[in-house]
Write a protein that binds this ligand. Sequence first.
Ligand code: ATP
Ligand code: MG
Length: 334
Amino acid sequence: MSTAATMAPAPAPAVLLRRPGTQPDAGGPPAVVLRGLRKHFDDVKAVDGLDLEIRTDECFGLLGPNGAGKTTTIEIIVGLQEPTAGEVRVLGRTWGRGDRSLRARVGVSLQETRLPERLTVIEVLRLFRSFYPSGRAPADVMEEVGLGDKARTWTVKLSGGQRQRLALGCALVGDPDLLVLDEPTTGLDPQARLHIGDTIRSYRQRGRTVLVSTHYMEEAQRLCDRVAVVDHGKVIALGSPPELIATLGGEQVVEFALGDAALPDVDLEALPEVRGLRHTGRTLLLATTDARVTLPALLDLTRARGLRLESLATRQATLEDVFVALTGRRLRDE
Ligand SMILES: Nc1ncnc2c1ncn2[C@@H]1O[C@H](COP(=O)(O)OP(=O)(O)OP(=O)(O)O)[C@@H](O)[C@H]1O
Ligand SMILES: [Mg+2]
């Protein structure tokens, strides 16, 4: 593919010119407001009545399974798709009028990024920087996203994870007020994921807003001030990770499987300190306020019934447990 052909689609999502002298709103109006948002593709209701407010200077996470509507929602927020219905306000504005100045304040890294192939890493960052009236030094951003040793490498020669880091760099180089990252860490190794986490944190410390979608529970818990759990195009839970986990009633989980055998739910729910019971496939999850108490009682019960445990683990509750409690499904295959 020629450079020109490859470059053609790039500016659409990411050429986001920043208004000179624009300062981030501190504690002002919400950065993003969605009301009654819908996006239908024929029979598919990708977004099905979604309401959200993202506060200025928070890191907000969209969490949900494949096909939940995260990318569609994000693309509507950054002005790449038009909603079927509903209200969308971004940094106090609506898309459709004066879009250039709004784009200047939004940095985007999409789930799939096409980069100009015959440019080097530093050239791509300089190109994106040139689209903005103000911003950051491309070389600094390159170091920050961990591509310092790839300055003269053509983008076509980058690994998948390196391309993703470059996409993040392109989103950062205009120093936007709102940074929108769709699955920025999928496919990255754990170290690179931690690195991107650091980048997001340092960007936030400058009082900016981040919207990030992720499949990684642990990442959402670590990075996000608040999270919306999205399923079938709707928000099914909203709050800080500790608030969402608190809805389980117990912050620890005893997870076990009994093979083909079964125990009545009432017996399990009656175990000491148990606050909730969920089934997911063959696995049972007991939310408990104290696993040290629940666990021996569970072992006594299974022994008394002559049952053998196929697997057994205890752990702290996570957002995954919240998702299972809400939907009866797992968000990710473990
Ligand atoms: N252009 C399109 N035409 C038809 N259907 C679409 C289109 N874009 C998205 N969809 C459908 O809308 C639903 C939501 O898709 P979307 O990409 O927003 O999900 P997602 O939450 O980002 O999923 P993933 O975690 O896999 O990235 C899916 O059922 C998808 O097939
Ligand atoms: Mg997606």
